[in-house]
Every structure is written in structure tokens, then in C-alpha cells.
Design a protein around this ligand. Structure first.
Ligand code: NI
Length: 499
């Protein structure tokens, strides 16, 4: 059993005691779960879904949901805004693990969408039952028709007595509205409504609680398993080992209990070791021909390989990590810091900051900094706003320099190694900041030849802070490139030049 009673930032539970979503259960509870990120930087689409090779039903259901919502989003954004104009719409989807055991898995998918028709947030929870071959919904958590009707009545009562909402009579709840039900640590049911369903003016999803006491007797066998997987999550073991299809979970041997992938347990030394790391000679990029390679959205499954390449090529770089990925792979942040790279903040949810409230922006930055600090004992030194979307408010809240770019490899779009190499090598000029994404394997494959190509042109690889060290780097200011050193004079004095 994983001790969730001492839940903290490292062991995020999905909801706090007030029923507020605080994130996700640690993903290692489902050993072969992979968090897959898909992006479209131009349409501002960012999705993070789960794939579990040993449970194809989850992979299928998650992919279908993403596909469905992305297609609907694209279809709703048919406005022709004309060449050269940017359309500020956004789709952000993220999956969170809310329950995990050998018997049940709960995955909540939260969606934020901003289109020509307005903004909305919504959520849906997919349940996996190890006895079934497909993913289940809320209705499967409950027993008979009467049990379900009784549950709906409790929800309607909670809605009726909620001070935020005025309804004169007991709400008649549409079954489809109840598509996201999870459990808190006390075993209460948390029923999440999309905005617009209950209160048209709500900016955030509305959550109603049905107490564990009221739920007694209403849950199906699977619902009971699902609730136990939420209140006492346990590491999942191989499906084939489960002979007992009953409701009792087999005890998990302490020998097989996985540990949180903390930096301390990774076998990598925490933080840079000053006596081992050879300090580089400072480079003055107002004189030398420098380039800062930057990698966003990771660390991902290929980042380890990228770090090997950068180490071999002696190319200090800058990684703008998202909070969930920093939390998922802290050992890679430790490696980045130890090998002379810079770690920057790329926010938690990868939302466009310019469309968020100050409180939301602060939370995006601080949560991510907490995950970075947990790994390398220091917060991010830089911020890269997702999509490069920033304004004076987000710049002020950044409390670090805000880093954009001048060379966009469009690696997320083409996912073509040759194109990434050509763009990075041909478009880089002295002082460039090059945008790439280490979650793209085509990009990771391109880096060896980007290094050799740029080195052949006389470039020195530096981190972003090194690039801007001499020309000035201020918190709250934004930068898209470093100093452009003067070109050496074209011809020595006295030489006669002919036209
Ligand atoms: Ni990004």
C-alpha cells in the first residue's frame, strides 16, 4: 500500500480535503503507463493522454477521446483569419490518474477550450475494470437502477443546497452530465460538472460531494473496487498474476513495492557536484559567435539519449520542462544540472498564459518550480511561456527572465529529422535562440548533425543565461535572441578591392 496519508507536493493526491483537484496520483502506480504529449503549436493544441501497452482498452479509449476532441476543436475553428494573422484559439487536454489498483484504474481527463464561440472547461473520467475488456463510465460504479437513481438524488440535493447556485427545485440531472465522478481520500464521491451545465457563468468546473455515508450500499462491486483504488491506491502488478476476480485485492509484497522516482533514489548524484563538474570557461557572447539550443515540453522518453548526444558534443543547452514531466523524470533534471545544462520553467499545464488570471499564472509557475526544486534543489532560472504567449502580467509574475526564440525549427509539425537539421543549421545566426522539443524523437535524432553543422560554422554552444550574461538579463523582461557580435571587418586596411 502506498502511504498517501502523508500526501504532499511530491505525492499528489487528486483532490484535497476541500475537494479541489490538486493533480494526479503518481504514474508509477501503473508500471507501463506512458504519458503521451501531442502538440500543434500554431493552433495551440496541447494534449497529454495515457497509453498502457498491457491494457489496450485504456490506450484505445484515451486515444479516441483525444482524437474526438481535437477533431471537434478543429471543426469549430474554421474561421479564415487571413494570411499572416494569428487566431488565438486553444485546446488543452490532460489526463490525470485518480485511482489505481490491481482491480481498477481511474483516469480523469480535464479539457480547457477557447474557440470563436467562447471558453469552456470540462472533465470526463474513464474507469478501467480489470474484469472487463473495455473502459467503463460513471454508471458502472453504481448498482441497480434504484441505486443509480438514489445517487442522482443525492447529487441533486447537493446542488440544491449549494450557496453558489440558486435553483428553486430539485435539479433533474441528465445522465450525461455525470460523466466525471471520482473519490476523495475519505471515500466521498466528487461529482464534477462542466461549466455551463449547472451554472452558465461558472469559470471553473463545479464539484459536488456525496458523502461516503450516503454512498453506502449504492456502489456496485466495481464501484467499491474503484473507490478503494482512490482512497488507498496500490501499485498495479501484472494482470496475468490475478487469478482471483473477486473484490478483495491481493496483498502487495513489500519487496515489489516501487519507490517514488526521487533524485535520491535514482543512483545519480543530487545536484551538480562542484568538485567533479569541470567549470567551463566563461564565454563572452558579445564577442564570440554563440548559439543557445533550447528544448521544450520534456523531459520525455528520449531525453536521456539527447543528454548523451549533448555530452558527447560538449554542448550545454537549456531545457524548458513542464511540471508533470519534471515530477515524472526527476533523475533527468539531476543529470541536466550535473552536466552543465540550464533548467527553465515551461509551466504546469502548458496553457497560454495571456488568457489566464494572475492567480492561475502564479500557480502554473510555482507548482512547476516546486517540482524542479524537488529534483535539483533550485528553482528554474528562466521562464518560457507556452506558445510564446505572454503579456505584461505574466512577465511580471514570472520573476525570472522570459525567454522566447528567433529560430523556430517547427520540429513538432514536420517531425522530420532532415528538416530540423536544415532549419537549425541554416537559420541560426550569431546570438540565436533555437526552439526545439525533446519529446520529439525526430528532433533527438537530428541533434548530432545540428551540433556538427553549427560547430563547423564556428558556433559555441551556451545556455540561455550564458548567452545573455554580458548583454544583461533581467527578471520580467523578454528575450528572443542574444547579442549579435559585430562581424569581423570584411577586408584588412590597405587592401585594394575591386568592384
Ligand atoms: Ni511547449
Amino acid at each position: 500500500m502506498v502511504p498517501l496519508a502523508t500526501a504532499n507536493d511530491n505525492m499528489n493526491v487528486p483532490y484535497d480535503s476541500a475537494g479541489q483537484s490538486t493533480g494526479s496520483l503518481p504514474l508509477f502506480l501503473v508500471p507501463d503507463l506512458e504519458a503521451v504529449i501531442l502538440t500543434d503549436e500554431h493552433s495551440r493544441i496541447f494534449t497529454r493522454h495515457f497509453e498502457v501497452p498491457s491494457i489496450p482498452a485504456i490506450t484505445r479509449a484515451q486515444k479516441e477521446l483525444v482524437h474526438e476532441q481535437v477533431e471537434a476543436f478543429r471543426a469549430a475553428n474554421v474561421t479564415d483569419v487571413g494570411p499572416g494573422k494569428i487566431q488565438f484559439t486553444e485546446l488543452n487536454m490532460r489526463s490525470e490518474l485518480t485511482a489505481a489498483s490491481t482491480g481498477a484504474i481511474g483516469i480523469r481527463v480535464a479539457t480547457y477550450e477557447s474557440t470563436d464561440f467562447g471558453r469552456s472547461t470540462r472533465s470526463l473520467t474513464q474507469w478501467y475494470d480489470h474484469n472487463g475488456s473495455d473502459v467503463r463510465g460513471t454508471r458502472d460504479l453504481f448498482g441497480s437502477h434504484e441505486d443509480w437513481a438514489q445517487f442522482k438524488e443525492f447529487v441533486a440535493q447537493a446542488a440544491t443546497t449549494d450557496p453558489r447556485i440558486f435553483v428553486g427545485e430539485l435539479l433533474d440531472l441528465d445522465d450525461s452530465w455525470l460523466d466525471s465522478v471520482n473519490f476523495d481520500l475519505q471515500g466521498n464521491a466528487l461529482v464534477e460538472f462542466d461549466d455551463g451545465q449547472i451554472d452558465a457563468t461558472a469559470e471553473e468546473p463545479i464539484i459536488f460531494k456525496v458523502s461516503a455515508r450516503n454512498l453506502a450500499g449504492l456502489l456496485s462491486d466495481f464501484g467499491t473496487l474503484a473507490r478503494a483504488a482512490s482512497t488507498s491506491p496500490s501499485p498495479r502488478i501484472q494482470l496475468g498474476m490475478l487469478q482471483d476476480a473477486g473484490s478483495r485485492l491481493p496483498p502487495v509484497s513489500t519487496n515489489t513495492e516501487p519507490t517514488l522516482p526521487t533524485a535520491a533514489g535514482s543512483g545519480v548524484k543530487l545536484g551538480p557536484a562542484p568538485d567533479e563538474a569541470s567549470p567551463r570557461n566563461p564565454v563572452d557572447c558579445t564577442v564570440a559567435k554563440c548559439v543557445a539550443l533550447t528544448f521544450d515540453d520534456g523531459p520525455g522518453p528520449k531525453t536521456d539519449k539527447l543528454l548523451d548526444t549533448l555530452k558527447d558534443g560538449n554542448a550545454p543547452s537549456t531545457f524548458f520542462v513542464t511540471g508533470p514531466n519534471a515530477q515524472l523524470r526527476p533523475e533527468l533534471l539531476v543529470r541536466m544540472a550535473a552536466e552543465g545544462h540550464e533548467v527553465g520553467n515551461h509551466t504546469w499545464n502548458h496553457r497560454s498564459l495571456a488568457s489566464m488570471s494572475s492567480a492561475q499564472i502564479r500557480r502554473e509557475i510555482e507548482r512547476t518550480n516546486a517540482a524542479i526544486t524537488a529534483a535539483i534543489e533550485q528553482p528554474a532560472t528562466l521562464l518560457r511561456p507556452p506558445y510564446g504567449s505572454h503579456d505584461s502580467t505574466s512577465d511580471r509574475l514570472a520573476s525570472t527572465p522570459v525567454i522566447l526564440w528567433d529560430v523556430d525549427t517547427l520540429d513538432w509539425k514536420y517531425r522530420d529529422t532532415e528538416k530540423v537539421i536544415n532549419t537549425a543549421v541554416s537559420q541560426t545566426s550569431p546570438g540565436s535562440i533555437v526552439l526545439m522539443h525533446d519529446i520529439q524523437s525526430s528532433t533527438v535524432a537530428a541533434v548530432p548533425r545540428i551540433l556538427s553543422g553549427l560547430r563547423a560554422k564556428g558556433y559555441t554552444f551556451v545556455t540561455v543565461s550564458e548567452l545573455l550574461a554580458q548583454s544583461g538579463l533581467e527578471a520580467g523582461a523578454s528575450y528572443s535572441h542574444g547579442p549579435r557580435p559585430p562581424k569581423p571587418s570584411p577586408a584588412p586596411r590597405g587592401e585594394v578591392r575591386y568592384p
